[in-house]
Each structure stands twice: as structure tokens, then as C-alpha cells.
Write a protein of this length. Structure first.
Length: 356
């Protein structure tokens, strides 16, 4: 077939923003992998050779018992994973800031019928002691039964759990008969920040199932539900289909993860994004009127500055207000953020601060 296309570029490819790592394009190595998988026919719905080989790739990182189920997006991954942990009367303990609680439009409740038992945390991280605020009422038919704990690595506030912290949570949850889900939409950034292999704070720490993120780290689309404890987590293939997360042309999702994880692309991308966040924090930390309000541990920078300055700066660079009440903003870096991007943004911030 002819390679001709009538598609045209509709955006300025030089424009960069700091709103989300989802704004970034597709890493060239991922695009090349998609093209590589494009020839001929392959069996649909995950019976293709790319999805079969993907199991070997994930087991290299998470152990011989790991099983990966590619899905379309992060919300889908979380909903499918949580359903696999719970009976109809089960509930999930999570931080109040968790993505499943504040950024998924009620999907766990609406689609999966899951009760969320939330906890206020100072830094987005749960602890065994905080979990105990909601870990009670077993056997009481009037209370949704707390049967799972969901943590995010790294958290929505940019903080990173240590492997020891996750193990303490898993041990505590398991002692109470609860299973553990890890939302890893930015799991690669956490691994890069910790300097640890992926299994060190997942499989080896006792996590039962995780949502593995790819879109924020260079993929076109796609996440994976990864079962780490097959004795306690089952029926994923049915739940994935029922939740509308089964891709017909799955080879094009799976080959992206192979390109990401077979070598070190996942770590290169995440390490670069983290380094750019550190560069951004260093560039703005001493600007009069700017306060960095959270530790910069991965690829997120949170700051408070005069609201009118933020609003003017938003006309030049896209980013979001994190807390409308305090004026806190969030700046995210990505695998394709450059040092020049950081320096230009910092210069624009200084310029806008100087305007009063």
C-alpha cells in the first residue's frame, strides 16, 4: 500500500508545557516498535505473538509468577485490578488524594461498585497506623468490608514510598486479611528516584497486583494490570473484557511495552524526567515570591506564587492549579522535556514575577 497520507500537522511542535507528562508525544523508539509490529495479520484480542512474548518481559522485572494484562488506560487498569481483589461487599482503603478517589470521575464506584474508604494524609502516603483508621468492622453487615489497600507509587503529591514503607503496609494489610494494590502510573519515575529494580518495592515487598503505567513514560497509549500474587488474584481476563478494556489489536499495545521494558528505555525516560524536575526546582527555588511546598522526589514540582503571576504564566505555558484555595500549582516534566525548556520557563517565571 502507498505510504501517502492526507493528514497534516495541526499544532506547533515546538510548544512545550508543564501541565502533565501526558502532554508529551510518543518516544521515537516506541513509534518504531509499533511500525515493526504492523506487517501482516496477527490473532486479535491478545492471542498474538507480541502479547505472548510480553509475559517474558514482565517476568524479568517482577518475577516468574507475574502475569500482565494490557489495557487501554490508567483508570481502566485501576478498576480492573481492584475488581479482581474484592467480592461485591468489599471496600478499598486509599489516601484521600489518591487518583482513584479524586481523578477518575467515580469510576471505581460507578463501574466496579467499589466503596472507597479514604484517609487524610500529610504527604499522600499511607502508613500502617493511618490504615488502621479505616481497617475495622469486619463481620459487621452494616459496613462495607475493608478487604484491600490501594497505594500510589509515586503518589499524587510527588512523594515516593521506600521499599521498606511498602513492605510494612503489605505486611500490615495481609495480617488483617487485606490485599494490596499499587497504582503505578508513574512507577518508572519511582524506581528511578529510588535507584531500585521494579520488583524491589512491588513483588518483593508483598504487593498483590499493580497497575503499570506506560502512557506517562513515552507510550502512545496503554497500561498493564500485572498480577503478582496469582493465588489471591484471579479472573482478570473476564474482568478486563467486562470493563471494556480488551483491545482487539492488542499487539500494538503489547509491542510498546516490549520496547519500553526489554531494555532500559523505561529507566532512561523516567530518569530524565526526574532530572528535569530537579533542574526546574533549582531554577525557581530562590526566586523571591515563589515557595516550593513539597519535596521534589520524582517528576513533579509543587509551588505557591501570586495567583495573578500564575495566571499570566499560564498564557505562555500550560500547567494546572493543584489547590484553588491556596493557589498551589503543579509543574510536571516528561521524557522529552529539555534543559532549554526548563531554562525558558524559569526565565518566563522571573519575568512575570518582575511585572508585580
Amino acid at each position: 500500500m502507498s505510504p501517502h497520507t492526507d493528514a497534516v500537522v495541526h499544532h506547533d511542535t515546538s510548544v512545550r508545557g508543564f501541565a502533565s507528562d501526558n502532554y508529551a508525544g510518543i518516544h521515537p523508539e516506541i513509534l518504531a516498535a509499533i511500525a515493526l509490529a504492523n506487517g501482516g495479520h496477527q490473532v486479535a484480542y491478545g492471542e498474538d505473538q507480541y502479547t505472548e512474548h510480553l509475559q517474558t518481559v514482565f517476568r524479568k522485572h517482577f518475577g516468574d509468577r507475574a502475569e500482565a494484562f494490557p489495557v487501554f488506560n490508567g483508570t481502566g487498569a485501576n478498576v480492573v485490578a481492584l475488581q479482581a481483589l474484592l467480592p461485591r461487599w468489599g471496600a478499598v482503603i486509599a489516601a484521600g488524594t489518591a487518583h482513584i478517589n479524586v481523578d477518575e470521575c467515580g469510576a471505581p464506584e460507578k463501574i466496579a461498585g467499589i466503596k472507597l474508604l479514604t484517609i487524610t494524609t500529610p504527604d499522600g502516603k499511607l502508613t500502617p497506623e493511618l490504615i488502621d483508621q479505616q481497617a475495622w468492622g469486619w463481620g459487621d453487615e452494616h459496613r462495607a468490608q475493608p478487604l484491600a489497600v490501594s497505594i500510589t507509587q509515586n503518589t499524587e503529591l510527588g512523594t515516593v514510598y521506600t521499599a521498606e514503607e511498602i513492605k510494612a503496609i503489605c505486611d500490615h494489610a495481609h495480617e488483617h486479611g487485606m490485599l494490596v494494590h499499587l497504582d503505578g502510573s508513574r512507577i518508572a519515575n519511582a524506581a528511578a528516584a529510588l535507584g531500585l529494580p521494579l520488583r524491589a518495592f512491588t513483588t518483593d515487598a508483598g504487593v498483590d497486583v499493580l497497575s503499570f503505567g506506560g502512557t506517562k513514560n513515552g507510550l502512545m497509549l496503554g497500561e498493564c494490570v500485572v498480577v503478582l500474587n496469582p493465588e489471591r488474584v484471579s479472573n482478570l481476563k473476564y474482568l478486563r473484557k467486562m470493563s471494556m478494556q480488551l483491545a482487539s489489536k492488542m499487539r500494538f499495545v503489547s509491542v510498546q511495552f516490549e520496547a519500553l521494558l526489554a531494555g532500559d528505555l523505561w529507566l532512561r525516560n523516567a530518569s530524565h524526567a526526574n532530572a528535569m524536575a530537579q533542574r526546574l526546582a533549582a531554577a525557581v527555588r530562590d526566586v523571591d515570591g515563589v515557595t516550593l511546598v513539597r519535596p521534589v522526589q520524582a517528576n513533579a514540582v509543587f509551588a505557591i506564587l501570586p495567583r495573578e503571576v500564575s495566571e499570566r504564566l499560564q498564557k505562555r505555558y500550560r500547567f494546572y492549579f493543584w489547590d484553588e484555595h491556596t493557589g498551589e500549582v503543579r509543574w510536571m516534566t516528561a521524557f522529552d522535556t529539555t534543559e532549554a525548556d526548563i531554562d525558558a520557563f524559569a526565565a518566563a517565571l522571573v519575568e512575570e514575577m518582575g511585572r508585580g
